[in-house]
Structures are given as structure tokens and as C-alpha cells.
Ligand binder design. Structure first.
Ligand code: OOG
Ligand code: NI
Length: 472
């Protein structure tokens, strides 16, 4: 096979993401509403704003084209086999596992990674990502429920045989590349894995037992597909988009997760509309189907800011914890108090790009200013001197990953159980288990800081070469 016969991986990813988006729009029409709201808000924001975050977007490597395509989805898997196969599917469209997210502190028997593109070029073309959680059966309290769940999971195959066969062929003979025809089949068959199948794989009684053990367990173990449970478009102004959601009568989660509103947005802020009640069918004893309802799928929006360094992340985590503590202590701890406290506490987080750069709190790419004069610069001139002399310009790097606490908040708001701390898991075993996730995956998780660092360092090297300064 010649190289040119194959579809470009980035193009295949876009076809895949568009197919998923079209499917989800059919399955959850409110998602279509959400897309429309986000587009309108983005148009307005781009047209009217001279706000720092929009400037960052315009100056950064995030063009409008990417913005309109940008989505993340989330799936919940039950077994190592499912995770390993999903890894193979995602590798075909250029998504690799980055980062480890422990959800057990929030009472969820799950841990996760994010499958996403890893190079600047691929991210620029289409940054589609999938937050992929895996069940941790060892965190379930009741041994009988655990056995039933594992038995249900061992008897299902969420991949069509055509898909498994195709994966085998293209991996073995074509280095993971696909012809146009194979690409069409691949996307069509993969949608079966992630689409909604309203017929439960368990009886009503078993479904109820799973749900009683843990609300998430019924969703993971009682169906024949690993249905995506949301697809999230990126908004430039989450507060405006949320107001519009409310104005259109959507049942919106009561607070925005993540950092407060800032001049220089960092990490990500997210909110969602609550999970819908969907009609499902349970197989009965006498081949009669009986009707029931399941609540799992929702819509979410997010505003992305700059990626923070390890130092920046430490500061973020410390301030977030402080804000949570203060909110918990306050007498009226509603969403308004929370957001006030959050803003107050985050006064301690520098909020100019210059300061964020000087204190090494955010990752940047650097470029030479248009009329930078290089002749008079001594070898060894530092990055900070070059920035001060306006020889270099710094552009914040977009955060491409997730926040475990926000993810937990999104999860919780969509569980049927009313309580905030949610539900019970085996406390003693509840600690991060990255190795466990990697073993299930059959591979290592990439380090997100290394990826941002590489991008930053590469841009500095290019500048140093251009300016004749040798290595920076
Ligand atoms: C995943 C929730 C996490 C996010 O954006 O943080 C998530 C789930 O509910 O399965 O998608
Ligand atoms: Ni999400």
C-alpha cells in the first residue's frame, strides 16, 4: 500500500468526531440546542469583546476553525479488555492516553485518563478528546453486587466483530492507517460501541440492585454499549453561555466548576445541564419487555484557559482547597457565596500574563517580535530580559486536559442519589491507583506536564536560533 492511499489521521479524527456529534444530536436533541447556544455566544463574544481571554484566543494557536470543531466526550468502561480495545480504536484517530484522574475521593469507584491528540499540529487540526473512566470493582462494598456486575460485564462485547476484525487487519498490515473505504466502515462500526442502546442487558431487579450498590454501577454494567454520556463544546464565555442556557429553560447545574472568572483564564471552567430521564426496556422472564427509565446522559459546556505549570497547579489546588473549606464553613453556603469566596481567595493567584510568566505559573510558547533586533544581544540573554525588551512575545498555551475535582462535581450532579458526597465506596482501598489503570490499559499514561514543557522548550529553541543566541 502506498502512503497516499490512506486517510490522514487528523481527517479521520474529524470524521469520527463529527459522526459522534451527529449521533448524539439525534439521541439527545438538547445537545443540539446547546451547540446552537454556544455558537451564538462565541459569535457575540468574538465580535464585541476586547477582553484579555479573547485576545489570548486570537493570538494563540486556537483559531475559529478549531473552536467550532472542538468537543470532548466521556465514556465509562467496565473491564481491561474494553479499555485496551478502546485504546486501539482511539490510536487509529490519533488519540493517546494522557494523565491520570482518581475519582475515588469523591466517592466514585472509578479512575480515568483522557485520550487526546498530543502534538501542537494535531491539536490545532482537531483537539477532540475523550474522558475515559474505568470501573474499579475493588472499591465496591458489596461482594455479591460486585460479582453480578463483573459477570454482566464479562458476558457483553461492546465492539462489533467487523470492527475488531478491521482493527486487527489495519494494525497488522497497514501500520494503523486506513483506506477511505476502511475509514467509512471504521467510523460506522465504532459508533455502535458509543451509541445508545435502550434495551438493558439485565433484568429490572438486577438493574435496581446495581443502582442501589452505586448509582454509577447500573450505567456501567447494565447496557450493551459504552454510550457516550455527554459531548462538550467549548465556549469563550461560560457565564454568558450559562445565562443563555437558563433563559432557554434548561435545567442547569447550580455552579460552575473550576477557577473563578479572571482576566487571564487558567485551566478550565465547566457546567452542565442535568441528565435526562430516558426510556429503557428491561428483558422480563417471559420474553416480555417491560419499560423503565435511566438517567445518565447530559450536556456540558466548558471554557478553556491557559495550562499551568506544576507550580501553578500547586497554587491552584491550594487556593481551591482553601475556598472549599471557607465555603463549607460559611452559614449560607449556596452557589453565590461559593463564587464570592472563590474570587476572594483567588486574589492570591497572579492575574496578568506578565506576572504569570515571570513567576513560571503558566506554560507559554514564545515567538520573536516582528521587528526584533537580534544584533546587539549578548549570548546568554535570559528569557525574562528578552521579554522585557520586547524581543520575545509570550503566548499562553491552552489547557488541553481535565480537572479531577470538576469531573467529580459533574459526575455527582448527574447521579440520581441526592446527597452531595454521593455514595459509599470501600474507603480503605480508595486511593489513586495509576499503575492499576496502566495495567488495565496495557500501556503507560503520558505525563501532561511533559507535553506542555516540550512545546514551550521547542518554541524557545526556535527563537534562540532565529536570534542567533544559541541554546536557551
Ligand atoms: C465523566 C465526567 C468528567 C469532565 O468534563 O470533567 C468529565 C463522566 O461523567 O463520565 O467529562
Ligand atoms: Ni465532560
Amino acid at each position: 500500500h502506498l502512503q497516499h492511499e490512506y486517510i490522514d489521521t487528523d481527517d479521520l479524527r474529524t470524521a469520527f468526531a463529527l459522526a459522534m456529534s451527529a449521533m448524539y444530536k439525534r439521541e439527545v436533541p438538547l445537545y443540539g440546542t446547546l451547540i446552537r447556544i454556544v455558537r451564538t455566544t462565541n459569535d457575540e463574544t468574538l465580535a464585541t469583546s476586547c477582553d484579555a481571554r479573547i485576545t489570548a484566543l486570537k493570538n494563540g494557536d486556537v483559531g475559529r476553525e478549531r473552536l467550532d470543531l472542538e468537543r470532548h466526550g466521556a465514556i465509562r468502561l467496565g473491564t481491561p479488555f474494553e479499555l485496551q480495545t478502546v485504546r486501539r480504536i482511539f490510536a487509529i484517530i490519533g488519540l493517546y492516553p494522557v494523565g491520570y484522574y482518581d475519582l475515588s475521593p469523591a466517592g466514585l469507584p472509578m479512575h480515568a485518563t483522557c485520550f487526546r491528540p498530543t502534538t501542537s499540529a494535531a491539536l490545532k487540526k482537531n483537539p477532540f478528546r475523550v474522558f475515559t473512566t474505568l470501573l474499579r470493582p475493588e472499591l465496591l462494598k458489596d461482594a455479591e453486587s460486585r460479582d453480578i456486575a463483573l459477570d454482566l460485564l464479562s458476558r457483553r462485547c461492546i465492539f462489533s466483530s467487523e470492527l475488531l476484525e478491521l482493527l486487527g487487519v489495519v494494525e497488522k498490515n497497514q501500520g494503523g492507517h486506513l483506506s477511505q473505504t476502511q475509514g467509512d466502515v471504521f467510523v460506522r462500526e465504532a459508533m455502535k460501541t458509543f451509541g445508545w442502546r435502550p434495551v438493558a442487558a439485565a433484568s429490572r431487579e438486577i438493574y435496581q440492585k446495581m443502582k442501589d450498590e452505586h448509582p454509577i454501577l447500573a450505567d456501567v454494567a447494565c447496557f450493551r454499549s459504552s454510550h457516550i454520556n455527554h459531548l462538550t463544546p467549548r465556549t469563550l464565555d461560560i457565564s454568558a453561555a450559562q445565562e443563555r442556557m437558563k433563559a432557554e429553560g434548561l435545567a442547569v447545574k447550580d455552579r460552575i466548576e473550576g477557577p473563578p472568572v479572571r482576566q487571564c483564564p487558567i485551566l478550565l471552567r465547566q457546567t452542565s445541564f442535568l441528565a435526562l430521564e430516558e426510556r429503557i426496556l428491561f428483558p422480563g422472564s417471559d420474553s416480555e419487555m417491560t419499560e423503565g427509565f435511566h438517567k445518565a446522559r447530559f450536556g456540558e459546556i466548558e471554557e478553556r484557559g491557559a495550562a499551568v505549570t506544576r507550580e501553578g497547579r500547586k497554587l491552584y489546588d491550594r487556593l481551591l482547597e482553601e475556598a472549599m473549606r471557607k465555603t463549607a464553613k460559611s452559614v449560607t453556603s449556596g452557589p453565590i457565596e461559593h463564587s464570592q469566596i472563590l474570587s476572594e481567595v483567588f486574589q492570591q493567584y497572579p492575574d496578568t500574563w506578565k506576572e504569570l510568566c515571570r513567576r513560571r505559573l503558566v506554560y507559554f510558547t514564545f515567538r520573536c517580535a516582528v521587528n526584533a533586533k537580534a544584533e546587539s544581544l549578548p549570548i546568554g540573554t535570559t528569557r525574562d530580559e528578552l521579554l522585557a525588551q520586547r524581543v520575545l512575545e509570550a503566548v499562553p498555551i491552552t489547557y488541553e486536559d481535565f480537572l479531577p475535582l470538576s469531573a467529580a462535581g459533574i459526575f455527582q450532579s448527574n447521579l440520581q442519589s441526592g446527597s452531595a458526597k454521593g455514595v459509599d465506596i470501600e474507603e480503605e482501598a480508595a486511593c489513586p491507583d495509576k499503575i492499576g489503570y496502566e495495567n488495565a490499559l496495557g500501556g503507560t499514561l503520558l505525563d501532561l506536564d511533559k507535553l506542555y514543557e516540550e512545546t514551550q522548550v521547542a518554541s524557545l529553541k526556535t527563537c534562540a536560533l532565529e536570534l542567533g543566541l544559541g541554546e536557551q
